[in-house]
Design a protein around this ligand. Structure first.
Ligand SMILES: *Cc1c(COP(=O)(O)O)cnc(C)c1O
Length: 366
């Protein structure tokens, strides 16, 4: 179906940077260096600067960013990692892929991890926490970080949706032990394919991840550990650098659209609120209403495409549930999954389209 307002249209962004992408493609091609070269180094350096960590390591995708960090932290069979069911499935599968067991706890009103529930779920097998900054809203992590420090646990921030967001003046990705980011085309900072990166202040962790992403190789002929192949290509790193220049203006446009929606809709639906001290980068704009299903159908009939992030929480998937530990009912997670609706919020939406979306939501309620 052709929507008057699509949920996302990546070709609009492509067209806005087309000539720069093409000349970059040509210069990487002419350089003859396609793997782990100067563009990857320049990208990692730019990320260190933006996020404010000592190390940034580019990898093949956001899931690998999380998986390789867990591997480098020594996580495996017999270990437990505490995270949320209310996320994209990669958050949880990366834990399963290490052989460890995901322990899923409930979220709060902000859709992010409930710290009290997370701390209550700690057992002698717990190795760390994996909070998700869902929708680009920083998860509250202060108690988790304090608890983790006192108990020798890690806090791995799933920052896939939150590049550029901050909490109490600290950038997301610089708050926990380490963080995994995604450069997937749908994310706020993207490449034309797959990509991801890790940020951390820990030297040894960064060195281990660098080995893991490149076959365990220290030098061309010296293999130190069993590894993987998970590198960001030079061409994608060069594309990421182009998009990085625009990140703050793209994030600001998302924020402006979010503010517009919230002003227009707050009397009719629950709109996202950004607490004092936090900035959100609105990867998604999620409203809540008891009339979610009929609103979604009404908007679709009126040419507006919406999505649900996510309709089936990970623990509700019968094919996945056997590997999970659920220590307490995920009441809020399940309640939310029936009420949430994501409105279009990509930066290239026109003002006309944004107004149309808000008008149609209001028309439904009137
Ligand atoms: C996108 C995403 C990932 C995975 O990133 P990929 O680059 O697609 O592998 C992990 N966690 C969350 C919350 C995401 O949104």
């Amino acid at each position: 179906m052709q929507y008057a307002v699509p949920f996302i249209d990546l070709s609009r962004h492509y067209r806005s940077i087309k000539s720069e992408l093409i000349s970059t493609l040509d210069s990487v091609g002419e350089s003859g260096q396609y793997i782990l070269g100067e563009n990857v180094e320049a990208f990692e350096s730019a990320i260190r600067h933006l996020v404010g960590t000592n190390y940034a390591i580019a990898v093949a995708n956001g899931s690998d960013a999380l998986f390789l960090t867990l591997k480098a932290l020594g996580i495996g069979r017999g270990d437990e990692v505490i995270t949320v069911s209310n996320s994209f499935v990669a958050t949880v599968w990366t834990i399963v892929a290490t052989g460890a067991t995901p322990v899923l706890v409930d979220v709060g009103e902000d859709l992010n991890i409930n710290q009290d529930h997370a701390i209550s779920a700690v057992t002698p097998r717990t190795k760390g926490f994996m909070p998700v900054h869902l929708t680009g809203m920083p998860a509250s992590m202060d108690s988790l970080i304090r608890f983790a420090k006192n108990n020798d646990l890690f806090v791995l921030e799933d920052s896939a949706q939150a590049i550029g967001a901050s909490c109490e003046g600290k950038m997301v990705g610089s708050i926990g032990t380490a963080a995994g980011f995604s450069l997937h085309p749908l994310k706020n900072l993207s490449v034309m394919g797959d990509g991801g990166f890790i940020t951390t202040d820990l030297h040894n962790l960064a060195e281990k991840i660098k080995l893991l992403r490149n076959h365990g190789l220290k030098t061309r002929d010296n293999c130190e550990i069993w590894g993987y192949n998970s590198r960001l290509d030079e061409i994608q790193a060069a594309f990421a650098l182009i998009n990085l220049k625009q990140l703050s203006s793209l994030n600001n446009r998302r924020l402006a659209i979010a503010n517009f929606y919230s002003d227009r809709l707050r009397d009719y639906v629950e709109v996202p609120t950004v607490p004092v001290g936090k900035t959100s980068v609105f990867h998604n704009y999620i409203i809540q209403t008891n009339l979610r299903d009929s609103l979604k159908i009404f908007l679709s009939e009126n040419g507006i495409e919406t999505k649900i992030h996510y309709p089936i929480p990970t623990h509700k998937n019968p094919r996945l549930v056997s590997k999970l530990i659920i220590p307490a009912p995920l009441t809020q997670t399940e309640w939310l999954s029936a009420r949430i609706l994501s409105l279009p919020i990509f930066p290239e939406l026109t003002d006309f389209e944004v107004e149309l979306v808000a008008d149609k939501v209001l028309e439904f309620f009137r």
